[in-house]
Each structure stands twice: as structure tokens, then as C-alpha cells.
Design a protein around this ligand. Structure first.
Ligand code: NAD
Ligand code: IPM
Ligand code: MN
Length: 369
């Protein structure tokens, strides 16, 4: 049965990185009899330029109907002054909310060849393999009220609201415990129960569901600020980290640098399995943004985007061998010393986006032949 992929490359380096995934999809259709059917839409600043919204209703419908969405990146200085409601980032937030993609999986894996590219000492990150599970449809990102009000005395007040309900915490903790069982069986839950009521509830609900259903998994709790510190002090102590939307955003950028570059970190955003078919809505996106400083130069690292497609093969289509092979191809190319500028090291060969994409495709084709 045809597998429908909806591609939303977005702005800046999102376009460049998606180009490398298109090549891989074309190869899989031509040489490996895969049956991907692709369609493309606009999201972010380019969508705003075309129709005054960060994503059109028509593209939103296509995203909802697709088997999986591949997303590049959005944003850039060109749209700094557009109204808040239609800023490029609003397109991504709408996709996450309307598709109910509550579980964001952000693996931070340090490929052996890149241990020296991390800002930490190689021995701290060599062999690193952690999975950050970020709650993606709740918390302060979406809580109401969310506004700036005029206090009438020359002062204004900016308001964001952090809200978490039991069911939201339960379902994200469930994803963390289930995935931990397939890994090193350890979950660290991060919140700030010392300051935030939502943190107190988060801690209680995670503890309760652990006791009721997942007591075989090792569970620790950490205050999120201390968690950030531990991530750069001794990152290998973690297996799965589960945390809220905002803490997860920040902690995953921290974790990205452990792996050498933001250009290395993929992610999967998943909904709940459908009661009848078991299928999940899913969107796959690199953790990095549109990188306006390097956009259009052909030097962006496409690995986060390619690795996001590998996650798509694994989680949406159960194409485990193909996903493993694509990840192996990335590792091999890094072992060969082929690098983009962000992960460049002594003795390596610096190439552009298209060249490293081609090298990965060549290795992948060899493994799949
Ligand atoms: P960014 O991730 O775009 O860039 C941060 C730094 O990392 C830059 O120096 C950039 O050159 C570098 N970098 C990022 N990805 C890279 C890659 N693949 N290869 C090489 N270098 C890479 O973050 P920012 O500068 O804070 O944000 C720029 C814009 O992107 C903003 O509008 C922001 O809102 C948006 N943003 C979008 C997403 C997304 O679409 N998912 C994520 C983060 C930021
Ligand atoms: C991310 C990004 C987004 C977020 C922005 C672009 C809305 O930083 O995916 O990490 O804050 O979630
Ligand atoms: Mn972020």
C-alpha cells in the first residue's frame, strides 16, 4: 500500500536539508521498490508570504491526512515584524496542536567519530545515547490566558500560563516508561516542584503511574535546573528523560551540543495510536531552526533531517532495517571524515550539504543493495 508523505521544507536551511531527504526517498522508490507518494506544502515564512498565514487550511488538511509529515524548519529575520499570530513558528505550533502530537522524542546520540566535536571532553560524550521525551501539546506553550494586557498606568503585563492536567502527564510518562523498557530501562523525570504547582502534580502523577504500571523501570526525579547541570556534568548517567514542553525545549538544545552540533539532532513528534487501526499521527523534524546565518549557502548539515527521516521509517512504517541502514550510513560517512563546517575537525574533509547527503545516500544504497 502506498505510503503518503507530506513534505513541509519551510524556510532557510529547512529547504536545503529537505533536498537531501528527497534524494533518499527517490532512491528508495526507484531502487528498493518502496512505495512512497510525496506531496509538498508551505509552512512558516514562505507560507506567510504566499497566503498570509503560517500554514494554510488546505496544507493543514493534507498534513492531517498523510501517513507522516516531514518538516524542515521555519523562521528568519525577514518575518521578525509580522503579527505574532501569523509568525512562522505559529505554523509548527498549529501542526503539533491540531495533529495532537503530544510526544516529542529527541534522541541525543554521540557518534564515535564526533566525540571530539562536542563542546565537552570526549570521554564525557563518547558513546552517549540518551532520549529526551518532551511533552509537546501542553504547558506554557498553549495555556490560556496568553496575552499582553495594558494596565493603564503606563505599564503592560505579559502573561503566559503553565497548565498540565493528569491525563497529559500520564500519557507522556507512559511513552517514556514504554520506550525505557526497550533501552536501559531507566527514566529520569524533570520538573520544578519546588516552585511550580504544575511541577508538584507532574511529580505525583509520574510517581503514581510508575507504581501502578511500570515498577520494573528505574525512576528518578530531578529538578529541571539541576537536570540541565547534570546534562553537561555527566550526561551518560541518563537513559530516558521525560519533561514538560518548555523544559524539554531547552534541555534538548543543551543535549544537541553534546552530540557535536544542533545539526545532528533529529526528532519524532507522535500522537496517540488510533483505537481501530493502531496508526499514530506523526511529524518528523530536526531540532534545529532555519539557521538564517548560514541559509542559502549550501553548507548546512543535513544529518538531523536525514536522521529524522530514519525515525520516520522506524516509527511510522516499521521499516526497521532501512532505518538502521540509514543510521549506519550516517555513522560510516562520519567515520570517513566527511564533514560539514559545524562538525569539522582536524584531518577531516569539509564538504557542503549536497556532498555529505550524496555520500550518505551512496553508503545507504550499498547497505540496501
Ligand atoms: P537555529 O537552530 O536556527 O540556529 C542556531 C545556530 O546553530 C546557528 O548558528 C546555526 O547556523 C547553527 N545551526 C543550526 N542548524 C544547523 C545545521 N543543520 N547545520 C549547521 N549549523 C546549524 O536557531 P536560532 O538561530 O535560534 O533560530 C533561527 C530561527 O529558527 C528563529 O526564527 C527560530 O524561531 C527558528 N527555529 C525554528 C525551529 C523549527 O522550525 N523547528 C527550531 C528552532 C528555531
Ligand atoms: C523547537 C523550536 C520550536 C519550539 C519553535 C520554533 C516554536 O524551538 O522545536 O525546539 O519552541 O518548540
Ligand atoms: Mn527549540
Amino acid at each position: 500500500m502506498a505510503k503518503h508523505l507530506f513534505l513541509l521544507p519551510g524556510d532557510g536551511i529547512g529547504q536545503e536539508a529537505m533536498g537531501e531527504v528527497r534524494k533518499i526517498i527517490a532512491h528508495m522508490n526507484d531502487a528498493m521498490s518502496a512505495d512512497f507518494v510525496t506531496d509538498e506544502g508551505l509552512v512558516g515564512g514562505c507560507a506567510y508570504d504566499a497566503h498570509g498565514a503560517a500554514i494554510s487550511d488546505a496544507d493543514m488538511e493534507k498534513a492531517m491526512a498523510a501517513d507522516a509529515v516531514l518538516f524542515g524548519a521555519v523562521g528568519g529575520p525577514k518575518w521578525d515584524s509580522v503579527p505574532y499570530e501569523v509568525r512562522p513558528e505559529a505554523g509548527l505550533l498549529r501542526l503539533r496542536k491540531d495533529m495532537e502530537l503530544f510526544a516529542n522524542l529527541r534522541p541525543a546520540i554521540c557518534y564515535p567519530a564526533l566525540a571530539a566535536a562536542s563542546s565537552l571532553k570526549p570521554e564525557l560524550v563518547d558513546g552517549l545515547d540518551i532520549l529526551i521525551i518532551r511533552e509537546l501539546t501542553g504547558g506554557v506553550y498553549f495555556g490560556e490566558p496568553k496575552e499582553i494586557i495594558d494596565l493603564g498606568n503606563g505599564q503592560k503585563r505579559g502573561i503566559d500560563t503553565q497548565i498540565y492536567d493528569t491525563y497529559e502527564i500520564e500519557r507522556i510518562a507512559g511513552v517514556a516508561f514504554e520506550l525505557a523498557r526497550t533501552r536501559k530501562n531507566a527514566v529520569c523525570s524533570m520538573e520544578k516542584r519546588n516552585v511550580m504547582k504544575s511541577g508538584v502534580l507532574w511529580n505525583q502523577v509520574v510517581t503514581e503511574i510508575h507504581k501502578a504500571k511500570y515498577s520494573d523501570v528505574k525512576l528518578d526525579h530531578m529538578l529541571a535546573d539541576a537536570g540541565g547541570m547534570q546534562l553537561v556534568r555527566a550526561p551518560k548517567q541518563f537513559d530516558v528523560i521525560v519533561t514538560d514542553n518548555l523544559f524539554g525545549d531547552m534541555l534538548s538544545d543543551v543535549a544537541a551540543m553534546l552530540t557535536g552540533s544542533l545539526g545532528m539532532l533529529p526528532s519524532a513528534s507522535l500522537g496517540a495510536p488510533d483505537g481501530k487501526t493502531g496508526k499514530r499521527k506523526a511529524l518528523y523534524e530536526p531540532v534545529h531552526g532555519s539557521a538564517p546565518d548560514i541559509a542559502g549557502k549550501g553548507i548546512a548539515n543535513p544529518i538531523a533531517m536525514i536522521a529524522s527521516f530514519a525515525m520516520c521509517l522506524r516509527y511510522s512504517f516499521n521499516m526497521i532495517t532501512e532505518a538502521d541502514n540509514l543510521e549506519k550510513a550516517i555513522a560510516t560517512v562520519l567515520d570517513q571524515g566527511i564533514r560539514t563546517g559545524d562538525i569539522m575537525a582536524d584531518g577531516c574533509r569539509q564538504v557542503g550539504t549536497g556532498d555529505i547527503g550524496d555520500a550518505i545516500l551512496k553508503e545507504f544504497a550499498g547497505l540496501s543493495a
